[in-house]
Design a protein around this ligand. Structure first.
Ligand code: IPE
Ligand code: IPE
Ligand code: MG
Length: 255
C-alpha cells in the first residue's frame, strides 16, 4: 500500500456535459468523490492523501466557475470539519494561499488549526502550481542568501526540498489522474521525481473504491528502482544539508 497517494481530480466538466448540465454540477459531484477517496485512504491505511483541487492556471477560467469552486470549498470545510476532527485527520492546504478570498483563508486556517497533530493527513492543493512552488522556494533561498543567513555554496537538493510548501510530507508514492489525460498539468513537479503514475478513464465524480483498488493493485506490481538495480532499490535520500530550515507554522503550506 502506498504511504502517500496524490490525485489529479480531472473530468468534472465532462461528467456534467454528459448529463447536459452545467460544469458546476460536475464540481459538486466531484466533492462527493473526495469524501469517497478520503474513506478509501482511511480504510486501507494510506497516511497521506493529496488532492489537486485548483491550479494556478485555473484562475483563467470564467469568473462564475471560479466563484462556484470557491463556494464549494467553503461548503466542503463547513460540512467536513467535525468529521475530520472525529476521524483524526489533519487538514492542510498547499499552494499560494494568499491568492484565495480572505474569508476562505481564515476558514482554512481554522480547520488546519483544529486538526493539527493528527497523523493521517488530507492535503488539498489550492492555487497550486508545481512551477510556482519551485519559484517560491528559489525566492526564499535568494532572500536568505542576500540576508547572509544562508551560504549560497550550501544550496543543494536538500536545501530546495526544505523550502517546498510542506517539507515534512514524503513525496507521493502514487499519482493518480482521472479522465484519461496523460499529463501532470503542473502538479507536484519537484515531488513527482520517482512517483508511480496511474491514469484511469473514469471521470472524477465517478471515482469509486473499485478505481482506488485498481490503482493500488497496479502500484503493488510496480518495480521501483529509483535509478538503481532491482536488488538494491532504495528510495534516494536527500542528504542532510546545513541550510535546512525549520518551518514556522504561519508560513506553512504557502508563501
Ligand atoms: C477538474 O475538472 C476540476 C478542476 C480543475 C477544478 P475539470 O473542471 O477540469 O473538468 P474537465 O477536464 O473540463 O472535464
Ligand atoms: C488539472 O486539471 C488541475 C486540477 C485537477 C485542479 P485541468 O483540467 O486544469 O488540467 P488541463 O487543463 O487538462 O491540463
Ligand atoms: Mg480538466
Amino acid at each position: 500500500m502506498p504511504r502517500h497517494i496524490a490525485i489529479i481530480m480531472d473530468g468534472n466538466g465532462r461528467w456534467a456535459k454528459k448529463r447536459m448540465n452545467i460544469r458546476l454540477f460536475g464540481h459538486r459531484a466531484g466533492a462527493e468523490a473526495v469524501r469517497r477517496a478520503m474513506d478509501c485512504c482511511r480504510r486501507h491505511g494510506v497516511q497521506y492523501l493529496t488532492l489537486y483541487a485548483f491550479s494556478t492556471e485555473n484562475w483563467s477560467r470564467p469568473k462564475d466557475e471560479v466563484d462556484g469552486l470557491m463556494n464549494l470549498l467553503r461548503k466542503f470545510l463547513r460540512d467536513n470539519e467535525r468529521e475530520l476532527i472525529e476521524k483524526e485527520c489533519r487538514f492542510r492546504v498547499m499552494g499560494r494561499k494568499a491568492d484565495l478570498p480572505e474569508d476562505l483563508q481564515a476558514q482554512i486556517a481554522q480547520v488546519e488549526d483544529a486538526t493539527k497533530g493528527f497523523e493521517q493527513q488530507l492535503i488539498v492543493c489550492l492555487s497550486y502550481g508545481g512551477r510556482a512552488e519551485i519559484v517560491d522556494a528559489a525566492r526564499r533561498l535568494a532572500d536568505e542568501a542576500r540576508s547572509g543567513t544562508l551560504d549560497p555554496a550550501a544550496i543543494d537538493e536538500a536545501a530546495f526540498a526544505a523550502r517546498m510548501y510542506l517539507p515534512d510530507v514524503p513525496d507521493p508514492d502514487l499519482i493518480i489522474r482521472t479522465s484519461g489525460e496523460l499529463r501532470l498539468s503542473n502538479f507536484l513537479l519537484w515531488e513527482c521525481a520517482y512517483s508511480e503514475l496511474f491514469v484511469t478513464d473514469t471521470l472524477w465524480p465517478d471515482f469509486s473504491e473499485k478505481d482506488f483498488l485498481e490503482a493500488v493493485a497496479s502500484f503493488a506490481k510496480r518495480k521501483r528502482r529509483f535509478g538503481g538495480l532491482d536488488a538494491s532499490a532504495t528510495k534516494p535520500q536527500i542528504s542532510d544539508s546545513k541550510s535546512q530550515i525549520s518551518k514556522s507554522s504561519d508560513t506553512e503550506g504557502a508563501t
